[in-house]
Design a protein around this ligand. Structure first.
Ligand SMILES: Nc1nc2c(ncn2[C@@H]2O[C@H](COP(=O)(O)OP(=O)(O)O)[C@@H](O)[C@H]2O)c(=O)[nH]1
Ligand SMILES: Nc1ncnc2c1ncn2[C@@H]1O[C@H](COP(=O)(O)OP(=O)(O)O)[C@@H](O)[C@H]1O
Length: 195
């Protein structure tokens, strides 16, 4: 397992599917110049997704091989689909930055927190179930994906109290501003120590 250096920190975005975690995390990440660690998944790529940008899309066999080689720092199975984060990718992302971010379900966020303790800050992004339905319907998301999103809504929401920060993602610009401010505080603490 990669040992984090003194200044290094991991921001984990979590919360219910469809609440805007990826959107918020990527906007904050690009504003602050923080690198995202991409997950590997055996899920089929959706038309709007790009390999190497949204996920590393790999086969079941490749996933099994990597698992057997102990390459994943955390790996989960959600509804028959495998997801995981590789140790080597965390190490690589820390090469040119002291801060990285990931987007994980509650199980993954909990696992990372157990491994890296105070080096991990969890940011919980959520909205009401009805708002997710409204947004997804506007996007023309299939009923299958919608059902998938709501399967875990209650169990995902139950994780909120364990997270250090929680943001209701109503207005996107407002959420991004609020999250950016919080992360900047962690980052400037680091800068102050460097003075
Ligand atoms: N624990 C863990 N969760 C992941 C990982 N990658 C993605 N997830 C979570 O898996 C869930 C399903 O993700 P995805 O297939 O992209 O579904 P979507 O939310 O419908 O786009 C989401 O909650 C993701 O945040 C990972 O590497 N580890
Ligand atoms: N505050 C917001 N207002 C309206 N739509 C939003 C907001 N935040 C995110 N979205 C949209 O909701 C959809 C789901 O967002 P996404 O980031 O993929 O969610 P998650 O990663 O939590 O599953 C996307 O189409 C995104 O553009």
């Amino acid at each position: 397992m990669y040992q984090l250096k003194e200044k290094e920190m991991i921001f984990v975005f979590t919360g219910p599917d469809g609440s805007g975690r990826k959107t918020v995390a990527d906007m904050v990440g690009s504003t602050l110049g923080i690198n995202k660690v991409l997950s590997y998944t055996t899920r089929a790529k959706r038309p709007a997704e790009t390999d190497g940008q949204d996920y590393h899309f790999i086969s079941e066999d490749e996933f099994k091989r990597a698992l057997a080689n102990d390459e994943f720092i955390e790996a989960v199975e959600i509804d028959g689909v495998h997801y995981g984060i590789k140790d080597k990718d965390i190490e690589e992302m820390f090469r040119d930055n002291d801060f990285i971010y990931l987007i994980l379900n509650a199980e993954g966020a909990r696992m990372l927190k157990q491994r890296y303790g105070e080096k991990v800050t969890r940011l919980f992004i959520y909205v009401d179930r009805d708002i997710i339905i409204e947004r997804q319907k506007e996007l023309g998301v299939s009923d299958e994906v919608l059902d998938q999103h709501f399967k875990h809504y209650d169990e995902d929401m139950a994780y909120m109290p364990e997270c250090k920060h929680a943001f209701e993602n109503m207005d996107l610009a407002h959420t991004v501003f609020a999250v950016t401010n919080v992360l900047e505080q962690y980052m400037s603490r680091d800068l102050l120590e460097k003075d």
